[in-house]
Design a binder for this molecule. Structure first.
Ligand code: NAD
Length: 288
């Protein structure tokens, strides 16, 4: 029997993408899973996938930005499965925008989910783990963007970087209680959030990334699940306050100095169309 059998994991945003990958992977070694997600239909789908493969899971509705939701979801997890041994603060959103354009609402929403949501998951789980007195694991899903940023992604980067600092502080406080706190930084992982990978431009981006990335492919949720599996292993109790990047080597890959030819071609096609429309409008105005 796996050493993880009968442990309980509370995973936010496990209705899709990386969270679902982590949930299914942990369930496959006997961990009981609480799938906490804003989208209950997706959460139920994850539960069905786990059940079909012989695992145990429940779905709970939860907006991680809301303290009452998180408390109620954790309470349900504890009442059904008897505790929380592993907490994965995975739910996150991405709202890109330049400093000149990002609205206060977009900024606040990102802070609420990507920062406050992660804090609440960790706090509620840590309190429960201390009460149980058998240690635990807190894992927060940050991003490669914590160390690599740009004009449109600075807000996402800032919040993901904050997570890598938060776990270091928690490691100091919770480490003596047998609870480790770590962050994982995925690179480009194929999930609904990475919807930029679909369509014509998406395919061009994918080809461009795959050419640069040493692993030669875009990441999958299973790649992140394997890192989580490492961190929850009893033998990983000396890994605490760490930030583990799982990106196939993308971090140090040469930057795309220019956009791929396809994107560039697409852009210039749009630009020349816009230019000819402008010229035509000017011409029409001249005629009037
Ligand atoms: P996704 O959008 O594919 O799935 C996210 C899930 O979280 C969905 O089921 C959604 O319903 C749920 N969710 C969103 N907001 C929520 C909220 N407030 N409360 C509860 N559930 C909520 O996302 P993903 O790509 O799987 O990303 C998961 C995490 O990994 C995020 O924190 C993201 O920032 C991070 N990440 C993703 C990538 C990537 O390339 N996909 C790269 C780096 C980091």
């Amino acid at each position: 029997m796996s050493q993880l059998a009968n442990k309980v994991a509370f995973i936010t945003g496990a209705g899709a993408g990386i969270g679902r990958g982590i949930a299914c992977d942990l369930a496959s070694v006997g961990v009981k899973i609480c799938v906490a997600d804003l989208d209950l239909v997706r959460a139920e789908d994850t539960v069905a996938e786990i059940s079909d493969n012989g695992g145990q899971a429940i779905a709970v509705f939860c907006n991680t930005a809301n303290e009452d939701h998180q408390k109620a979801a954790a309470h349900r997890c504890i009442s059904v499965f008897g505790g929380i041994d592993i907490a994965v603060a995975n739910a996150g959103i991405s709202r890109n925008g330049s400093i000149l354009e990002l609205t206060l609402d977009e900024w606040q929403r990102q802070v609420d989910v990507n920062l406050t949501g992660v804090f609440l998951t960790a706090q509620i789980a840590a309190r429960q783990m201390i009460e149980q007195g058998r240690g635990g694991r807190i894992i927060c899903i940050s991003s490669l963007r914590a160390i690599k940023t740009g004009a449109a992604v600075w807000s996402y980067s800032a919040l993901k970087a904050a997570i890598t600092v938060m776990v270091r502080g928690w490691a100091q406080e919770l480490g003596p209680r047998g609870i480790t706190s770590n962050a994982i930084g995925p690179g480009l992982i194929e999930t609904p959030l990475a919807s930029g990978l679909v369509g014509e431009i998406g395919s061009a981006i994918r080809r461009e990334v795959e050419e640069r990335i040493p692993a030669g492919r875009v990441g999958q949720p299973a790649d992140i699940a394997r890192a989580v599996r490492f961190l929850v292993d009893p033998g990983a109790d000396y890994v605490n306050g760490s930030f583990i990047i799982v990106d196939g080597g993308l971090r140090d890959a040469p930057d795309a100095s220019v956009l791929s030819k396809e994107i560039e071609a697409e852009r210039s096609a749009h630009n020349s169309l816009a230019q000819s429309m402008r010229e035509r409008m000017n011409h029409n105005l001249d005629l009037r």
